[in-house]
Design a protein around this ligand. Structure first.
Ligand code: NAD
Length: 439
């Protein structure tokens, strides 16, 4: 059942916030049990992100729900025109495992704010977090408002065989295509938050010290298992040696060794093995050690990498960093144009034409002289383009993502002009063409 009123939605969001705040430690613990991420990091990158989004929605919800007045053209005069937000209805949200709480609950905030009835399907790969989300939601909410179904492929397929009014999916491009096909059977609108190979480009002019520091943090956060992590680096030939030197220092200072607070496991053995196969020892200039049983891979930097190498054939989603070089930025533009548009792109440069240069690349969202942090600005809608996704969310865009905006014309009955009615006369035709010309 959809929540029509502001009070209902406000109440649902406030309840969600209270449940999360009351269970902060349980959420931290579940993720620690899933892949050893520290409670502090989970607080920063999952819980606080969701709480900020709820607060932002609570602050703006009344304004978003009001009909928005738009201009009326001359042919409709005298009238007023509005766009009115309407909940889609029943919404299915399917989450990924790498930020298992945030990627499932954050879209739910927008869906509830927009008044929908929500079903969540967290990823089965982060099983402790999935079970906790199920418990927290199913024990505290009316299932007509929001409920959780846990499980893997079968549960996901069963849910996708139902009729939904909107499907929001976060995950791989491969599964995104399956979801899109299922949604097409009922013409269900979708938002697809997918992945890709996001480049970090360091040009001739970049300020190397702070740039590498920011990139290293973004790359190795969550052991590289972040959809918007830099996947690989393109560095200008003339700055390569300096780049590698600073990169080595930054990685060793940050310390990603086992049992350090920065240590995050690879989600499972299968993914650890997949990543290990991408390491080419001849190309390794830093790292390269791993422990499959502990699901750990050292931050590993590989140089002299080419597009034909295995590590460049798929999204890495782990702590491996291939480094490619270039001498002319136009070659990078050409290389990237031939490939699927990534979710993010990071450009490290002091060039004054950098916004113009950035416009030559196609990508979902990104940053100049920063990496990942665009995600944390609620005023920047988040999402991919092409094979990295369809649609956007975060902040006001989340409300739009889960609303249909119906257009309504409100006409006065006080005046009625005869021009559109038959019988048509020469005079009426001239008036109509004049109106069409004037807009
Ligand atoms: P995945 O596509 O394997 O799984 C995502 C969800 O889909 C899970 O809940 C899973 O149970 C379900 N699923 C898996 N196979 C399915 C099928 N055949 N039919 C229906 N449902 C199915 O993705 P993942 O491994 O959980 O996550 C990693 C991928 O997600 C990476 O590509 C990453 O870039 C991307 N990602 C994107 C974002 C984003 O915001 N754009 C965020 C995180 C991760």
């Amino acid at each position: 059942m959809n929540m029509k009123t502001y009070e209902q939605r406000h109440q649902a969001l406030t309840q969600l916030k209270n449940v999360i705040l009351k269970n902060r430690e349980a959420i931290q613990l579940a993720i620690q049990n899933d892949f050893s991420r520290s409670p502090f990091e989970t607080d920063t990158v999952e819980i606080n992100v969701v709480i900020h989004e709820i607060n932002y929605c609570l602050k703006n919800l009344k304004k978003w729900m009001q009909p928005k007045k738009v201009k009326t053209n001359l042919a409709n005069w005298p009238a007023k025109s509005y766009q009115m937000a309407q909940p889609y209805g029943r919404v299915l949200i399917i989450g990924a495992w790498n930020y298992p709480f945030q990627l499932t609950v954050l879209p739910a905030v927008g869906a509830l704010a927009a008044g929908n009835s929500v079903v969540l399907k967290p990823s089965e790969l982060a099983a402790n977090t999935a079970e906790l989300i199920e418990k927290l939601i199913n024990e505290n909410f009316d299932p007509q408002t929001i409920s959780v179904k846990v499980g893997g492929l079968q549960v996901s397929e069963k849910l996708l065989s139902e009729r939904w009014d909107k499907i929001f999916f976060t995950g791989s491009t491969r599964v995104g295509q399956i979801v899109y096909q299922k949604a097409a059977e009922n013409l269900t609108p979708v938002t697809l938050e997918l992945g890709g190979k996001s480049p970090a480009i360091f040009d001739e002019s970049c300020e190397m010290g702070v740039s590498v520091k920011r990139m290293v943090w973004a790359k190795f956060l969550n052991a590289g298992q972040t959809c918007i992590a830099p996947d690989f680096v393109y560095v200008h030939e003339s700055r390569k040696e300096e780049f590698l030197q600073i990169l080595k220092n930054e990685i060793s200072q940050a310390d990603y060794s086992i049992k350090n607070e920065n240590y995050v496991e690879i989600i499972n053995e299968q993914h650890t093995q997949r990543l290990v196969k991408l390491i080419n020892n001849q190309q390794v200039v830093l790292g390269g050690k791993f422990d499959i049983a502990q699901r750990w891979i050292e931050p590993t930097v590989m140089t002299s990498v080419r597009w034909s190498d295995p590590v460049m054939q798929e999204e890495i989603f782990g702590p491996l960093l291939p480094v490619l070089t270039f001498s002319n930025l136009q070659d990078v533009v050409r290389d990237l144009k031939q490939r699927p548009a990534p979710l993010s792109l990071y450009f490290f440069t002091e060039n004054k034409d950098r916004l113009q240069q950035m416009s030559e690349f196609s990508f979902g969202g990104g940053a100049i002289n920063e990496a990942i942090m665009h995600f944390a600005n609620p005023h920047l809608p988040f999402g991919g383009v092409g094979s990295s996704g369809i649609g956007q969310y975060h902040g006001a865009e989340s409300f739009r993502c889960f609303s249909h905006f119906k257009s309504v014309l409100v006409k006065s009955t006080l005046i009625e002009f005869p021009f559109k009615y038959s019988p048509m006369t020469h005079f009426k035709k001239r008036i109509i063409s004049l109106m069409l010309r004037l807009g």
